[in-house]
Write a protein that binds this ligand. Structure first.
Ligand code: G
Ligand code: MN
Length: 258
C-alpha cells in the first residue's frame, strides 16, 4: 500500500488548527477474529493533537458539533481513513484486504455533508463497500432526517454499524427501523463478564444479531476471562485493549500475522 497522501485525490490535508485548534491524528484499533486473532477490520479513531497531547473525541467533538465544524472534520477523518485503508493500486485492484470502520457524530446525520463526502470517495475510486460507518442509536431515534441519511448512506454501498449497542434507549425499535449490518456491543456490558447476568444479556444479544443476520462485535475486551466467556457464548469478533489498543495503522494491521 502506498503511504497515505501519495497520489490519492481524496486525501487533502487542510489546516485543522484553523478549524479546531490542533491537528487531526487518526489512529486505528483492530476488530479481531477471536479464535484466530486475525484482524477483521480496523476502526479509525480520531484524536486531536494539541501541542503534542492527543485528545480523545469527547474533548472536542461536542464543541465541533456546536460550531458546525464537525462536518468538515468528519469528512477529513473519512478521507484520511479511506486513503490509509481503502485505496486501489494502479491496476485497480484493492490495495489492502482490510476494511475500515469510521465513527459518525450525531450532527453529521443532519445535513448532506457526510453523504457528499462518501459519494466523492466512491467517485474517486475508494472501495466504499469496505467502509463501515458507526452510528449511535441516540443519533437516530425519533429523528426522521437522520434516519433518512442513514438509508441514503447505505445505498451508496457502505456498511452501517450500531455503535455502543445495549446502553441507549429504544434499542429494539432502532434495530427494526435501520438498515444495519453490524451490532457493536457496548463495553459496559462486556465489562460485567463473566458474571451470570452479563452472560445472559450477551447471549440474548448474539442470538438477536444472528436472527437479524447482523455481524456482532464485542467492544472493550480487556481480560482473558471476558474473552473466554465471549467465545463460549458464540461471539466471533471482538475489540478491546486485550486484543489491540488504538495505534498508528502499521501496528494495528500487524496483528493480522500474529
Ligand atoms: O464509542 P466507541 O466504541 O467508538 O469508542 C471508542 C473508544 O473506546 C476509543 O477512544 C478507544 O480508545 C476506547 N477503547 C477501545 N478499546 C477499549 C477497551 O478495551 N477498554 C476501554 N475502556 N476503552 C476502550
Ligand atoms: Mn466506534
Amino acid at each position: 500500500m502506498a503511504p497515505p497522501g501519495t497520489g490519492r485525490s481524496w486525501h487533502r490535508d487542510g489546516d485543522d488548527a484553523e478549524l479546531v485548534g490542533g491537528s487531526l491524528v487518526v489512529h486505528y484499533q483492530p476488530v479481531v477474529e477471536l479464535t484466530s486473532r486475525k484482524v477483521h477490520l480496523v476502526e479509525a479513531l480520531a484524536r486531536l493533537d494539541v501541542d503534542g497531547v492527543l485528545l480523545a473525541p469527547e474533548h472536542w467533538v461536542p464543541a465541533a458539533e456546536h460550531s458546525g465544524t464537525i462536518d468538515e472534520l468528519g469528512c477529513r477523518v473519512l478521507r484520511r481513513a479511506a486513503a490509509d485503508v481503502l485505496g486501489t493500486d494502479g491496476d485497480g485492484t484493492a490495495g489492502s484486504v482490510l476494511g475500515v470502520s469510521v465513527n459518525v457524530a450525531p450532527r453529521q446525520l443532519h445535513g448532506p455533508s457526510l453523504l457528499d463526502c462518501v459519494a466523492q470517495l466512491a467517485a474517486d475510486g475508494a472501495a466504499v463497500e469496505r467502509l463501515c460507518l458507526e452510528i449511535t442509536e441516540s443519533a437516530v431515534v425519533e429523528d426522521a432526517c437522520a434516519m433518512e441519511t442513514v438509508h441514503a448512506l447505505r445505498s451508496l454501498g457502505c456498511r452501517i454499524a450500531m455503535d455502543d449497542f445495549g446502553t441507549g434507549y429504544s434499542s429494539l425499535h432502532a434495530l427494526s427501523e435501520l438498515p444495519l449490518d453490524v451490532l457493536k456491543v457496548d463495553r459496559r456490558l462486556v465489562a460485567r463478564l463473566p458474571g451470570p447476568k452479563a452472560r445472559a444479556v450477551l447471549a440474548f444479544v448474539v442470538d438477536l444479531a444472528g436472527a437479524l443476520g447482523l455481524e456482532v462485535v464485542a467492544e472493550g475486551v480487556e481480560t482473558p476471562a471476558q474473552l473466554d466467556a465471549l467465545l463460549e457464548l458464540g461471539y466471533r469478533l471482538g475489540q478491546g485493549y486485550l486484543l489491540g489498543a488504538p495505534a498508528p495503522l502499521a501496528s494495528a494491521a500487524r496483528h493480522r500475522c500474529g
